[in-house]
Design a protein around this ligand. Structure first.
Ligand code: GRF
Length: 223
């Protein structure tokens, strides 16, 4: 049963992938599968949701590499279990954001990534990365952008008293959390919610929309 508590409003509506679409999809336009370079800093549940969507045939892509910046991030355990090559680029080893991004671009290029997918990457990225993959860098943010940009977005929304929040997949531009929106899911804030329960329901929606948004973005791209 679908209830307001369990489900969310997702925009644009998600069609069953592989079904008829007014937009070209990766299936229709690419001769090889799109290679994703995923960047994560923490738990990596979105990373795993993307890999599972590929395994289940929902998303016709492959994950070329995972880049993580925190040597103790639990995303590495997921990558090992899922058999995805994982490269640690510890931001503390780089003097500037640009130098870190240069190293990231080097890894992405060497793994032949076509698109960059930031999935809980907790560093601000620079034009060094953005310009190396023009219009091919995506991010997921735990609010209905343009509301509640920046860090602690769930907390910002929770404390503001809004009754509906959500999550957004968007293109990455130099201004933080400001690029074109690909897909959003709206999630109600319940009177009974704590920060933790709200976050848990938000993540369920993130895991649904990120693979779908990747398929949409990639299908409309130039591949
Ligand atoms: C997600 O909530 C995402 O919106 C934010 O960071 C979190 C990452 O979670 N950018 P996970 O590491 O994918 O579990």
């Amino acid at each position: 049963m679908t209830t307001w508590e369990q489900d969310a409003l997702i925009s644009p509506p998600i069609r069953p992938m592989g079904g008829p679409s007014e937009h070209p999809t990766v299936n229709q336009t690419a001769t090889r599968r799109v290679r994703l370079g995923i960047m994560a800093s923490g738990s990596g549940s979105n990373f795993e949701a993307i890999v599972q969507a590929i395994h289940s045939g929902q998303l016709n892509a492959e994950v070329a590499v995972l880049i993580y910046n925190n040597p103790t991030a639990t995303v590495i355990e997921r990558a090992t279990r899922l058999g995805i090559p994982a490269i640690c680029l510890d931001h503390r080893q780089f003097a500037t954001r640009e130098l870190l991004d240069q190293a990231i671009v080097g890894v992405l290029v060497s793994y032949q990534a076509d698109w960059v997918v930031m999935a809980g990457w907790m560093r601000i990225v620079t034009p060094v990365l953005i310009n190396a993959f023009p219009n091919r860098v995506l991010n997921i943010h735990p609010s209905l952008l343009p509301s509640f940009k920046g860090s602690r977005a769930i907390e910002q929304a929770f404390q503001s008293g809004v009754k509906i929040t959500g999550c957004t997949v968007h293109h990455v531009v130099t201004e933080v959390d400001s690029g074109d929106i690909v897909m959003q899911a709206a999630v109600p804030v319940l009177d009974s919610d704590t920060l933790e329960t709200l976050q848990a329901r938000l993540q369920i929606q993130e895991h649904k929309i990120y693979p779908a948004a990747i398929a949409i973005a990639v299908g409309l791209g130039i591949l």
